[in-house]
Design a protein around this ligand. Sequence first.
Ligand code: AMP
Ligand code: MG
Ligand code: MG
Length: 335
Amino acid sequence: MSGAPPVVMRLVASAYSVSEKAGAIVRKVLHSGELGIVEKTGANDLQTLADRLAQQSICASLSKHFPKITIIGEEDLTSEEVREDLIDSGQAEEIFQKTCPAEFTDVKEEELVVWVDPLDGTKEYTEASKLLHLCTQPQVPLKRPDTAQLHTAALWLLDNVTVLIGIAHRGRAIAGVINQPFYNHQLGAGAVLGRTLWGVLGLGAFGFELKEVPGDRRIVTTTRSHSNKVVVACVDAMEPHEVVRVGGAGNKIIQLIEGKASAYVFASPGCKKWDTCGPEAILQAVGGKLTDIHGNSYCYDADVKHMNSAGVLATLRNHEYYTSRVPPSVLQALM
Ligand code: AMP
Ligand code: MG
Ligand code: MG
């Protein structure tokens, strides 16, 4: 083959590279201790300096190199000039080792839509920061848990944090990148933190080891910070053997593809297109499925509404079992 790789592969290679830069921003802001928290719709819907800088970095970098692509980011930011040091021009070479699926070789730049969640799991990120700050405070006896416990809890929360970039074509999520900035923290000081998972429909997904939940155990993963009665009723209706409550949409898809959960069930309208586009593409690239709670697909065209109003149901296998278990009252609540 001669000439430049198809635009889909070049875009994935750039998204991979800038997601690593965004991950580094997320780590740097945490370590500065100055999170600059802003409440968006309320105390359970937060934005930090890391969300703002990471989005500026991703959106400005991708639009510089792909000016005809529509890019939609989660955060509402003023259109001020983006600092030069936030612009990334890298392209991950490993993407070019693979062949673009025939179906996407002729896709044009202007036909692509990119959905960006610069920091998924902001709630957990801010909670982790508070715990890490507490660790630095004097331990008056019985006033707080010991430092080692606080530190472990903070690291657990940071595992929930991801950077999400989804690529859509004709309404379909066709490729995605997930950067997990704090991956490998358990290796201790000196470890290189972070990893990047990516996938393209028809090509597969990379950067992790695909595993399934053994046997036919039903392990349901759901929100830890945005629950309500309907969310709980729907999880219970799956008759799970175990429920895994973790933060972040990206992190919950990682639970599915790494064999830690068999279904992601969220019967609530809180998730948005930038939460699901990238993760959905990666999940689908390994044979999984993400739909609303009724079993219908979401559309990722540029003009769709941002809210995933009918909830999220994602699985690696046996999607029909889970959709068939959703109670009528839940279906009605999420029309
Ligand atoms: P969670 O599973 O609660 O971590 O949520 C996954 C994604 O959906 C995160 O980006 C959340 O910010 C978002 N989300 C879910 N529910 C809500 C809600 N009620 N309000 C705002 N954002 C939400
Ligand atoms: Mg999110
Ligand atoms: Mg976010």
